[in-house]
Design a protein around this ligand. Structure first.
Ligand code: FPP
Length: 249
């Protein structure tokens, strides 16, 4: 029986973030170069997006390229950028038809023009849609994001536009690259690595973490349903005790 039938569709997370890991190992296990794995990873993106749409998830954030990924061999970096541009360009019509809003987070100015332009065009085309938000984290790292926020806030304090007493949790959230996007309730990482790798460090303060040994190109709809079901089995206490949570229900 599919995990889907066991999911309570009224209690799915609004925002799921995913560290799509294991493309390189998947390719190497089959005697291919790493780009082969990234290419197959796109099919998993398609499947997971569809599963998320079925479950009324409103935001799906995918860690597609970190600031550290520039350190990979040039051939892989170029191939990944090319794949991102091609994927957005090939998929945008269908995504638009299924009401998806495509956007990016991260240091987008640092991306090659081709990638920046494709992403901007996809955003302009889909920004008025009402369905799921597909958010691509590109040239993203949480430390970069938090450093930028610190600089922005410090500059406002220095110029007298902001008082120290006005710096709150909410003010910081509104300076992040994820401004306006609710925090993820669930973070999934594939490939068996038990790390966060500089992803959404502020935003995942209360997220449930789900790790699976599946490599990203093997992660399909059923695996996504399984992760959602696991999430639904957890008690989210936000620092309170169980009795308080039950009372609030
Ligand atoms: C991590 O696997 C994966 C990436 C750095 C890239 C993810 C990109 C895609 C799935 C392709 C395109 C995505 C979109 C949104 C169109 P890894 O290379 O680190 O694998 P390894 O840990 O086995 O080496």
């Amino acid at each position: 029986m599919s995990f889907l039938s066991k999911i309570n569709k009224d209690k799915t997370p609004k925002h799921v973030a995913i560290i799509m890991d294991g493309n390189g190992r998947w390719a190497q296990q089959q005697g291919h170069d790493r780009l082969f794995g990234h290419n197959f990873g796109v099919e998993s993106v398609r499947e997971v997006l569809k599963a998320a749409q079925e479950l009324n998830v409103k935001y799906l954030t995918l860690y597609a390229f970190s600031t550290e990924n520039w350190n990979r061999p040039k051939m892989e970096v170029d191939g990944l950028m090319d794949l991102l541009v091609r994927s957005i360009s090939n998929e945008v019509d269908e995504l638009h038809e299924s009401d998806v809003i495509i956007s990016g987070i991260g240091d987008l100015d640092g991306l090659p023009n081709s990638c920046k332009d494709e992403l901007n065009a996809a955003y302009e085309r889909t920004k008025n849609n009402k369905g799921i938000n597909l958010i691509l984290a590109l040239n993203y790292s949480a430390r970069w994001e938090l450093t930028e926020v610190n600089k922005k806030i410090a500059a406002k304090v220095q110029s007298g536009k902001l008082q120290l007493s006005e710096i709150t949790d909410e003010l910081i959230s509104n300076e992040l690259t994820t401004k306006g996007i609710p925090d993820p309730e669930l973070l999934i990482r594939t490939s068996g690595e038990l790390r966060i790798s500089n992803f959404l460090l502020w935003q995942i303060a209360y997220a449930e973490l789900y790790f699976t040994d599946k490599l990203w190109p093997d992660f399909k709809k059923e695996d996504f349903y399984e992760a959602i079901l696991d999430y639904q089995s957890r008690e989210r206490r936000f620092g309170m005790v169980s009795a308080q949570i039950e009372k609030n229900l």
